[in-house]
Ligand binder design. Sequence first.
Ligand SMILES: C[S@@+](CC[C@H](N)C(=O)[O-])C[C@H]1O[C@@H](n2cnc3c(N)ncnc32)[C@H](O)[C@@H]1O
Length: 438
Amino acid sequence: MDFREEIMSSSELLQAHAHLWSYSVTYLKSMALKCAIELGIPDIIHKHGQPITLSKLVPAVHIHPSKTHCLYRIMRILVHSGFFSTRKLDVIPQQQQDQEVEEEAYSLTHASRLLLSDGPAFMKMKTFFLFHLLPQAMAPWHSMSTWLQSSNVSAFEMTDGTGRTFWDCLADEPDLNNVFNEAMANDSQLIAKVALMEHKKVFEGLRSLVDVGGGTGTMAKAVASAFPHIKCTVFDLPHVVSNLEGTDNLNFVGGSVFSDAMPPADAILLKLFLHDWDDEKSLTILKRCKEAVQGNDKGGKVIVIDIIIDQKNMEKEPSEIQLCNDILMMAVAGRERTLVEWEKLFLAAGFTEYNVTPIVGSARSLIETNRCIPVWILLSIRLKLRRFFGIRVRVPEEQKEQLVTVEIPSVASRSSIFVLGKDFDLVKESETNALLRD
Ligand SMILES: C[S@@+](CC[C@H](N)C(=O)[O-])C[C@H]1O[C@@H](n2cnc3c(N)ncnc32)[C@H](O)[C@@H]1O
């Protein structure tokens, strides 16, 4: 049958309509949360110290009395979305002291705790959330189709209309620059906390580290304080770092990764940086990083903290963040990448070995690209893997001398470690998997 004549049942028709309808209004969930933040509701509930009823919330947020029912409805959708929870409280209305009535009272959830003004730095996500909903940040998404048909490199450049890149715009507009830098610092506080708790080993043994595109230095500061012997440098554009003061083992260098000398170091950190660039520019960046870590005898490395689009688990929430973030990157002509796409980049830049560890629950992964691993280390890794994990690695006879590739499915995180030796040929992922299945 011609698909144009396909008849849907009533329920299929209604389901299709509901799916579409939901897409036309779900942005209102984000807007309701923005409104609640602007009214200071998470802080008010927190300061109240116990669940707060609507009748106590209304005077605290200074809304017009005629809008009380609107606030109730906004809170209702935010309860539905998991940002607040409710429970019934017995209250005695002032007029009828003897008669108790039940009123709903709102509490914070884990998600709304991240929106508090006070509290530990790694739990502050307010600016990160609000930045995405700024009119300047949202403008490109009203004109995606026009942008696709235009020759503008990035969606931001088209809607901005002045020929500036997003980064040029931040350099011109200090207020927006501050909000963006704070938004990124919010994210870095949280990731630094997790990375230094769960993945500390990545930084062990380093004597120096440069955080390229490291913003106002949140991640580098965390590394510098956890490892006082590591000399940390933040390398970012002058408008980001020019007024920042360093410490004994932290300093700031202003410059562009494309035109200025990158300070040499044992390791270069690229957190949410490569996803801002297309493959050509990312390749240039990775090559420059490789040069910057080349000069040390221990075999320097590049540490990438970024999204790896997981096409095999698309139904999970992190995947939705990954796919949406991929669209977001069109604003700056960047992109999110699958593992195969990352691998192509690393190999093209001349890295021959990398190691992927998902930062579980964060939609991000930690990738270490080692510049050079001596063959004897590779062989001993392979032996250890066989001994401890019972993994058999079958290598075709004709490639035995050239190839050392190992994949270990990790029990806890579904993560994989790929080890590829310097100067060896790359085996395509599909071929690798076929080898391992045999
Ligand atoms: C998405 S932010 C990530 C900031 C930080 N790494 C983090 O995750 O919090 C990208 C950073 O790259 C910086 N950047 C943009 N273009 C750059 C360039 N050409 N050279 C160096 N840094 C650049 C921006 O100023 C910004 O701080």
